[in-house]
Design a protein around this ligand. Structure first.
Ligand code: ATP
Ligand code: MG
Ligand code: FE
Length: 337
């Protein structure tokens, strides 16, 4: 069984080919145009997807050495994401499936982030998490604690009530005058800093929910006050500030993850989404997992941020169930599980 998958929910155009359950190619074209605006500009994102989609799909097929005639289905991200961006991938997938007369498979982008854990990493000793498992999905637009009962049956048991944690990273970075997306830069500078240099307040939220909007206000006032007495405060303390911000965000995430594991009694624990590339989170989770006796699952870097390989993996489960989509489908910018 051979599936071509397309991802275009935000600012990465990606295509992947899956053959008999294995990923054979995964091409990602990032859009650098947004950096100068300090965030993703939706109209520019959809135009860039239009420019990238044909070469990206052709490259994915060529890398996998799969001719179009060998495809059994076309999968695409239906949502959640930016409407204009989703429209490009959806329309392309529909047209290609119609032209080849093969089925279409719609995929939920957030479920796909979780299902990246079913991609065999070809290391020889790979195994997926055992069901049910917990997945902390942390990305640019979402922060979710997901109880995964089966690949197509997931329940959100906790989530952010305001900003996503990726947004908290990016907005904090912006306050430090770092370019977009700032998350990876905070990670980089944090490596040289003291995580306990500047204690920032952690929001207290009931149950398994999160809140990340307060921290950016706290950082804003913290910087304003310190810049008054020392105009070079940011430059002189960048590593310590980044390490402290990252430490605070990671502790907020892991506190809830620990609580979720306790309440559900699940011991296979995974992280997914762009922020799961964060080295502070990866290390702290591994340490916590050892302490708690969890089996910890951390995706390979290329499967953390947006990619079509995870869309292909999700599509495989749907293909096996015969769960196809009609040509009348349209994108869903907000899409529940
Ligand atoms: P969603 O998946 O919610 O629709 P998205 O697709 O835009 O949002 P992803 O591509 O999964 O999000 O993740 C992007 C986010 O991950 C950005 O906020 C980025 O700053 C953050 N990120 C990526 N690498 C790191 C890192 N090393 N440390 C911290 N944050 C990171
Ligand atoms: Mg992105
Ligand atoms: Fe994503």
């Amino acid at each position: 069984m051979t599936i071509l998958a397309i991802e275009s929910s935000c600012d990465e155009t990606s295509a992947a080919v899956l053959v008999n359950g294995n990923i054979c190619s995964n091409v990602v074209a990032a859009q650098l145009i947004h950096e100068q605006y300090g965030g993703v500009v939706p109209e520019l994102a959809s135009r860039a997807h239009q420019q990238h989609i044909v070469p990206v799909v052709e490259r994915a097929l060529a890398d996998a050495k799969v001719p179009k005639s060998a495809l059994n289905a076309i999968a695409f991200t239906r949502g959640p994401g930016l409407l204009g961006s989703l429209l490009v991938g959806t329309s392309f997938a529909k047209a290609m499936a119609l032209g080849l007369n093969i089925p279409l498979i719609e995929v939920n982008h957030m479920q796909a982030h979780v299902l990246a854990h079913f991609i065999d990493d070809q290391s020889g000793n790979w195994s997926p998490p055992k069901l049910p498992f917990l997945c902390l999905t942390v990305s640019g637009g979402h922060t979710q604690l997901v109880l995964v009962k089966s690949p197509l049956d997931m329940e959100i048991i906790g989530q952010t009530q305001d900003d996503a944690v990726g947004e908290a990273f990016d907005k904090s970075a912006k306050l430090l005058n770092l370019p977009y997306p700032g998350g990876p830069l905070i990670d980089k500078y944090a490596r040289q800093g003291n995580p306990l240099a500047f204690p920032f307040p952690m929001a207290e939220m009931p149950g398994l929910d999160f809140s990340f909007s307060g921290i950016k206000t706290a950082i804003m006032y913290f910087l304003r006050d310190n810049l008054k007495t020392n105009p070079n405060f940011i430059d002189e303390n960048l590593a310590d500030i980044c390490a402290s911000i990252q430490h605070t965000l990671v502790q907020m995430l892991l506190g809830k993850l620990k609580r979720a594991a306790r309440e559900t009694r699940v011991r296979d624990i995974a992280i997914a989404g762009g922020v799961s590339a964060n080295s502070g989170l990866r290390t702290a989770l591994q340490t916590l997992g050892d302490e708690q006796g969890w089996r910890v699952f951390i995706p390979r870097f290329e499967y953390c941020t947006d990619n079509a390989a995870m869309i292909a993996m999700a599509a495989k489960f749907k293909y096996d169930q015969g769960d196809f989509t009609s040509q009348a489908v349209s994108p869903m910018p907000r899409m529940a599980f």
